[in-house]
Ligand binder design. Structure first.
Ligand SMILES: NC(=O)c1ccc[n+]([C@@H]2O[C@H](COP(=O)([O-])OP(=O)(O)OC[C@H]3O[C@@H](n4cnc5c(N)ncnc54)[C@H](O)[C@@H]3O)[C@@H](O)[C@H]2O)c1
Length: 282
């Protein structure tokens, strides 16, 4: 299938990045969120990213103009009816995402592919909610989307060859390196990464070391480009907690128990970069 119009639902840090990379290769994009102010924030982020790319001479002012002219916005999901691909990037909550996939199953043309950027939720659950399971696939971009090369393409049991191949090819056309991953909670990336971030949080909670010291150990000792606590702040502590909860529940193994400090920080609104405070202040 040839992808022309792409609907992106959720204009947060991931949705905005996905809208930017899709529109930059000339695709018509409709960016959707529940409130205009969230869409405005997303567009502001895209403009900032494009300005940075101009200052580094990676793109021209004309490229910026063309990219932005490919993006339309809406707060009404019905406007996405004619898109032939939808990429969902809303909050990491299985009930909210399932409700959305149910709605999309009703709204969209029967040929439309429904992709989720979920970090951890098995795609089979969303596929079932949509009532068109052969059209549902995971398209897991990494943060920040314009910079990171990897896309995990999650093939669920019912995903058709056409759905999988179209999504894989689109990721390649976006200049990314797609990797096929089967449908397990957390896929490969977050099944391995999140328990490490969670363990770093246990180290803070138990007083093993201060956040900065823990990050320094992992950067200088293990060669990680960013320490685990800085990375957790960057991902969003609400998203980290949601992923640990999916791993804990779906794998039925206490080794994935979310750190109590993480729960406490999320409860008190310390979500990392996006709220100005997490393990660090911003
Ligand atoms: N943050 C990361 O590093 C990262 C990386 C890969 C994947 N993800 C996944 O991407 C998704 C989005 O994460 P994010 O970091 O961009 O979150 P975010 O909080 O920055 O943005 C989420 C956006 O979704 C919107 N939204 C919520 N419910 C909605 C609905 N029903 N309809 C339309 N819009 C709705 C919110 O208003 C918000 O603007 C999550 O599933 C997350 O797990 C995140």
């Amino acid at each position: 299938m040839k992808i022309k119009g792409i609907g992106i639902i959720g204009a947060g840090q991931m949705g905005a990045g996905i809208a930017q990379v899709c529109s930059a290769i000339g695709k018509k994009v409709i960016l959707c969120d529940i409130k205009n102010e969230f869409i405005e924030n997303g567009i502001r982020t895209i403009k900032k990213n494009l300005d940075r790319a101009i200052s580094k001479e990676k793109i021209t002012p004309k490229d910026k103009e063309d990219t932005l002219s490919n993006i339309n916005t809406t707060i009404d999901k019905k406007d996405l009816a004619d898109c032939n691909l939808i990429i969902e990037a809303i909050v990491e909550n299985v009930e909210i995402k399932s409700k959305l996939f149910r709605e999309l199953g009703n709204i969209c043309n029967e040929d439309t592919i429904l992709a989720s950027n979920t970090s951890s939720i098995p795609i089979g659950i969303l596929a079932k909610a949509s009532r068109r399971p052969e059209k549902v696939v995971g398209m897991h971009f990494m943060n920040p989307v314009p910079v990171m090369k990897l896309v995990e393409v999650i093939r669920a049991k019912a995903t058709s060859d056409d759905t999988f191949n179209t999504t894989f090819k689109l990721a390649e056309n976006l200049g990314k390196i797609p990797v096929l991953v089967n449908d397990f909670p957390g896929f490969v990336s977050n099944r391995i990464l999140l328990p490490m971030l969670n363990e770093a949080m246990f180290c803070v909670m138990e007083g093993v070391a201060e956040p900065k010291a823990i990050d320094t150990v992992m950067k200088l000792g293990m060669g990680h480009p960013m320490g685990p606590l800085r990375l957790a702040d960057f991902i969003g502590l609400d998203t980290c907690l949601a992923i640990m909860e999916v791993l804990h529940r779906d794998m039925e193994d206490d080794k994935y128990r979310p750190c109590p400090l993480l729960k406490e920080m999320v409860k008190s609104g310390k979500l990392g970069n996006k709220t100005g405070e997490g393990f660090y202040k911003y």
